[in-house]
Ligand binder design. Structure first.
Ligand SMILES: Cc1ncc(COP(=O)(O)O)c(C=O)c1O
Length: 417
């Protein structure tokens, strides 16, 4: 019975929003004149990933083997009506949350790590490599690689490597090899270490190291977010939620999610775009990283080092150094081009919340629904609480994406949980 319900909820295809955008996406641009960063993508991404990145097709069949792995890591994830929270808020409408924290690695990141490792394995490469900040993406990469028996080399931003030792243990447990970045494993890393021995590291340095490593070792680079292919894979989240609401006879009036590079947000909300023109969609960022209100909509570098192509997106500038907020996953300077376009055209609205609002939201959510959400997801919950306050007498159905659990990110609560 349960497996037949699950089968009905899980999609057979990934959904790609590109053909449903209000205007064509601006193409990527070479970021440097001395070499083509677009050509570089051919060497560092599995061929199938590259094809999916630039496709105009609305649907892409999910390979059976990937569907099986999705089931193994906990898909479909639950859509839960937050009745305790509704009661606590005296809300007349309904609140639902989609819970990606229920996957094996505790966040949505595994939804794209699995297909990327699958295609890399099919192409017979030596292994996969990537960068990671707080470690959610690194954990997902390590597990996905391990499932397909591929070695994984992960470059973890040095400051996070030192501050989050548990994440390293998780990645090692999944057979991932993790080094603090900058590292001695690459020429670029050695150069940075020589010039700035005390650098805390950045995602940009990690990306450059991972790409050099991929080129030197016939590994493939795993894309965490921002690029369209990652959002397409994440569409399993929104497609499941849509189906779950349908089975409950509910209609989403409002969708809310948090934005780092845009992968959980795009994956959750984009599947609603073609059929739900009246659904209000809100993207939340940290007020310390105000990319949509203070960023410019322009061509900009995806990574600080300028190894990857430039994309047209909302950006605070690739050299923007965000403060060290607790939600490491939301510190990225830009946002996925498709999401940026939808914001620019007014289809998606944005909101910014403070760390105080996030901490309060996480506490309320924990004490009503019992879930200790990731600090990143706490941003979406904070926007939802604001929305309810402002629309107390409405009877709207609000659906929020809780992109991960926060069980390894407790420092946001200080020493007074
Ligand atoms: C739990 C969680 N939510 C959200 C994000 C933000 O990334 P994205 O915008 O790609 O979903 C991250 C990134 O690390 C994360 O770990």
């Amino acid at each position: 019975m349960i497996s037949s319900i699950n089968k009905d909820i899980m999609p057979e295809n990934w959904y790609n929003v590109v053909p449903d955008l209000p205007e064509p996406l601006a193409p990527p641009k070479d970021s440097k004149s001395e070499f083509s960063s677009i050509n570089l993508l051919n060497k560092i991404l599995p061929k199938e990933i590259l094809k999916q990145e630039f496709t105009f097709r609305r649907y892409e069949k999910i390979p059976d083997e990937v569907i099986e792995q999705y089931k193994q890591i906990g898909r479909p994830t639950p859509l839960i009506r937050a009745k305790n929270l509704e009661k606590f808020l005296n809300y007349n409408g309904k609140i639902f949350y989609k819970y990606e924290g229920a996957t094996a690695t505790g966040s949505h990141k595994i939804n794209t790590a699995i297909p990327q490792a699958y295609y890399a394995r099919n192409e017979g490469v030596n292994g996969v490599t990537t960068e990671t900040g707080a470690g959610q993406w690194g954990s997902a990469t390590a597990l996905a690689a391990s499932l397909y028996k591929l070695p994984a080399q992960i470059f973890m931003v040095r400051i996070s490597f030192e501050q989050k030792p548990l994440r390293k243990i998780v990645m090692n447990l999944y057979n991932g090899n993790v080094v603090p970045s900058p590292s001695n494993l690459t020429e670029y890393g050695r150069r940075v270490l020589k010039e700035h021995p005390d650098t805390p590291g950045t995602l940009g340095i990690g990306i450059s190291e991972a790409i050099e490593y991929a080129l030197d070792h016939d590994y493939r680079y795993m894309v965490a977010s921002v690029m369209n292919v990652a959002l397409t894979h994440q569409s399993v989240v929104g497609q499941e939620a849509k189906k779950q609401l349908e089975l409950l006879g509910e209609h989403a009036d409002v969708l809310i999610g948090c934005v780092g590079g845009g992968s959980n947000f795009g994956g959750f909300t984009f599947p609603f775009i073609p059929d739900n023109p009246d659904t209000e969609i809100i993207a939340t960022t940290a007020d310390e990283v105000p990319k949509f209100s203070k960023g410019e909509y322009k061509y900009d570098l995806m990574d600080t080092a300028g190894v990857l192509p430039e994309m047209r997106m909302y950006s605070l500038g690739a050299d923007f150094v965000p403060p060290t907020i607790y939600a490491g996953g939301l510190r990225y300077h830009g946002a996925s081009p498709s999401l940026s376009l939808l914001i620019n055209k007014g289809r998606i609205k944005s909101d910014e919340v403070t760390q105080e609002e996030v901490t309060e939201a996480l506490r309320i959510f924990a004490n009503t629904q019992g879930i200790i959400a990731a600090p990143e997801s706490g941003h979406a919950i904070a926007t939802m609480l604001k929305y309810v306050k402002e629309h107390k007498n409405d009877k709207k159905t609000i659906v929020v994406n809780v992109s991960g659990h926060g069980l390894l990110d407790m420092s946001i609560f200080g020493d007074k949980p």
